[in-house]
Design a binder for this molecule. Structure first.
Ligand code: GLA
Length: 732
């Protein structure tokens, strides 16, 4: 069966570890979260007998640390042991993060004469058994990576047909946790890929069982079938042969952008959230690593991942540099109340109980009868998310106690569960029946745009009382970033009865913005007294996004795509430091400012010197472009496989929208998305210098139609950072 596109691209790019991961986190569209559940299937048809049920060595979701996302192949004994020590000294080990797993690239490139795996003598001079002993001495568990194929994803010896030999070695080394990846599993004539994977993973399961050593077994097989017809079948037998399973794409790597990491988190959430039926206590869906601690993610984003993973009862496996953990990351990873949700003895994966534009509400039953309720705002704007105790699965009661597991705020509600949730944030409540009038009533702020052409930027700001105690002495104040004007900045509100609202009308005026997109947060805070519960307050943000077109494409350049072979360092066309070679481009007549003529189109190549910004990684930028033609022409390439809408604004104020995509710069068919090859170079630059000779790194042209007879004023690019643009022009 065809592996999913991220895997296919990875295979096309494979060769070195760095290359093998160049496409990680590419996908932006998750399989539908609401797909009809299929029953778990215990064993694949026609495979070599049903595997024995592997013992439950992970009664709660595994927790710990793995090096892969942050370090990839850049590991050694010091990296592993420094992180193991940091796990202890940070206090995270005591909170349950107890397993330290060395991922790919720990091995030498071949087995010894007796077929035994050998550790890399330079990276691990004392051997992996020594690493394991050190990890054990810290009171932690020892995890190791292998692969069910002929070679690991990084190209080191795989376990195929060495099952018992490798399992015995791991047991002798004191391994407590084995992650068995699924790269390079060869096809077997007469068998489906699903059967072959089943037999391989079942063989390792038996071999591990034979050792007599309890080793948690992490199965990667389902990740190689993500979204395909056999996906759920593979997850079904993964739950038979192992304890947890990776079921989809790799999360982003530590060196990728914050946007790529957030994209990967929401993507992995998207496929995992629909699989609750396939998980049972001790048999865990694994949507891959926690990225808290990595550069580029906001506090709200890392908290969202932690809270969502916990509601989904997912393994909590950090993959970052723990020796330099920020206070925010430590607070997020170490939040005992959130960890308690993840590790709850009931072991039930939460489900979506309500969804709407840019939000999901998830609910999970907990062992003591409480419910964990997550309000996840996946959108780019703050919003008030509101559900009910009944929708969240709680039994009817006259009052509920809501504990916000991050702020620790406790409030009381008569049945509405609501929160003002910033963009990309998740509010996680533990909810139970109860709550007295001594407890602050739950309250919420909502912003409603009531602007008119004569009064732009006008909002009705409301304070709603969701508890059973009324609010008095209510005062609303609104704060905005420097340069904004708010009128009035504060106002007294009427008393608010239980279940009712009071509001004020506020006008906000933006300062003159620079070209580009500016996101501003305006915050309304209400203070009040709530009877016997005393003084209380609530804040609600409003996100305002203003876009001012760049004067031209060059003014929007935000990425270095071309470097000199003598200095590839500034290049980063693909988020892993690779770039086009200026020397290779010059050989085919392309140099700064030169004209590129191809496919009946003519473009001006960026005038930028190699090593300086020369292309736009498209993220919804608006660019001024004036002129006319039969179509709008783009010169660009992709480091992914995606497309997105381009909106053209005409001088008469009308718009037209069409889809733009390009082939991957090296590795997808040249005509993907209707593009045509414009420039072909014969190698690229990598951070280590010119490389990959013999592979064609291309730049393509593509067009979108224009409304006949109209003049273009500006163009808004797709929000798809894998799409890179070097030039725009009009097709005559
Ligand atoms: C695959 C896995 C990753 C990591 C790498 C190592 O991509 O999904 O988690 O183990 O292989 O090469």
């Amino acid at each position: 069966m065809a592996p999913p596109i991220a895997r296919r691209l990875r295979a096309a790019l494979a060769g070195t570890c760095a290359l093998a991961t160049a496409s990680a986190g590419l996908l932006v569209t998750a399989p539908t979260a609401t797909a009809a559940p299929a029953p778990a299937v215990a064993s694949s048809a026609g495979s070599a007998g049903a595997a024995a049920q592997y013992p439950n060595y992970a009664p709660t979701p595994p927790m710990g640390w793995n090096d892969w996302s942050y370090y990839q192949c850049g590991i050694d004994e010091k990296v592993i042991l420094d992180n193991a020590r940091a796990l202890v000294s940070s206090g995270l080990a005591a909170k349950g993060y107890d397993t330290v797993t060395t991922d790919d690239c720990w091995m030498a490139h071949s087995r010894d004469a007796s077929g035994t795996l050998v550790s890399d003598p330079v990276k691990f001079p004392h051997g992996m058994d020594y690493v394991g002993a050190q990890i054990h001495a810290l009171g932690l568990k020892f995890g190791i990576y292998e692969d069910a194929g002929t070679a690991t994803c990084g190209g080191y010896p795989g376990s195929l047909n060495h099952w018992q030999q490798d399992a015995d070695l791991f047991a002798a080394w004191g391994v407590d946790y084995v992650k068995l990846d699924g790269c390079n599993v060869p096809d077997i004539a007469g068998q489906t890929s699903e059967q072959t994977y089943h037999d391989a993973y079942a063989a390792m399961s038996r071999a591990m069982l034979n050792t007599g050593r309890p080793m948690v077994y992490s199965v990667s097989a389902p990740a190689y079938f993500e979204g395909g017809a056999d996906w759920r079948t593979v997850i079904g037998w993964s739950a038979q042969v192992g304890n947890l399973w990776r079921e989809g794409a790799d999360t982003a790597l530590g060196q990728e952008s914050g946007a790529a990491k957030w994209n990967a988190i929401t993507y992995n959430y998207g496929y995992n959230v629909g699989l609750a039926d396939l998980q049972s206590p001790g048999r865990w869906n694994d949507p891959d690593f926690l990225l808290a601690g990595d550069a580029g993610l906001t506090r709200d984003e890392i908290q969202s991942q932690m809270s969502l993973w916990s509601v989904m009862a997912a393994p909590l496996i950090s993959s970052t540099d723990l020796s330099h953990l920020s206070a925010d990351a430590l607070a997020v990873l170490g939040n005992a109340d959130v960890i308690a949700v993840d590790q709850d003895a009931l072991g039930v994966q939460g489900r979506i109980v309500q969804q709407g534009s840019g939000y999901h509400v998830l609910s999970r039953p907990l062992a003591n009868g409480d419910r964990a309720v997550a309000l996840f705002n996946s959108s780019d704007s703050a919003q008030t998310i509101t559900t009910t105790a009944a929708a969240a699965g709680l039994a009817h009661a006259s009052s509920y106690r809501l504990q916000d597991l991050v702020t620790k705020n406790v409030t009381q509600s008569t049945g509405t569960i609501s929160a003002d949730v910033p963009p990309h944030a998740t509010v996680l409540y533990r909810v139970r029946a109860g709550g007295t009038d001594q407890v602050q009533p739950a309250t919420a702020i909502t912003w409603k745009d009531v602007s008119t052409p004569a009064a732009p930027g006008t909002y009705q700001v409301s304070l709603t009382d969701l508890g059973s105690t009324g609010l008095s002495d209510t005062r609303l104040s609104v704060t905005a970033p420097q340069g904004w004007r708010v009128s009035p900045a504060s106002a007294d509100l009427k008393r608010v009865r239980p279940g009712a609202s009071a509001s004020a009308t506020v006008t906000v005026t933006a300062p003159k913005a620079a070209p580009g997109t500016t996101v501003s947060t305006i915050t309304a805070t209400a203070t009040y007294r709530a009877g016997a519960a005393g003084a209380g307050s609530v804040s609600g943000p409003l996100t305002l996004t203003t876009t001012v077109p760049y004067p031209g494409l060059a003014a929007a350049f935000n990425n270095v795509g071309v470097t000199k072979e003598s200095d590839p360092a500034p290049g980063d066309f693909d988020s892993t430091g690779d770039s086009y070679s200026a020397d290779a481009l010059a050989k085919v007549g392309v140099s700064p400012g030169s004209t590129v003529t191809a496919n009946g189109l003519s473009f001006t190549w960026p005038a930028s010197a190699p090593g300086t910004p020369d292309n736009v990684s498209a993220s919804g930028q608006a660019v001024t472009l004036t002129g006319q033609g039969s179509a709008l022409a783009f010169l660009g390439a992709e480091t992914g496989a995606t497309s997105g809408p381009v909106t053209v604004t005409y001088t008469d104020g009308t718009t037209s929208t069409d889809t733009l995509g390009f082939p991957n710069w090296c590795c997808t068919p040249d005509n993907a998305y209707g593009a045509q090859t414009a420039i072909t170079t014969d190698h690229r630059n990598t951070p280590g210098g010119p490389a990959n000779y013999g592979i064609s790194y291309k730049v393509f042209s593509n067009t979108v139609p224009l409304t006949p007879g109209k003049s273009v004023q500006s163009v808004t690019l797709p929000n798809a950072p894998a799409i890179h643009l070097f030039a725009l022009s009009f097709k005559p």
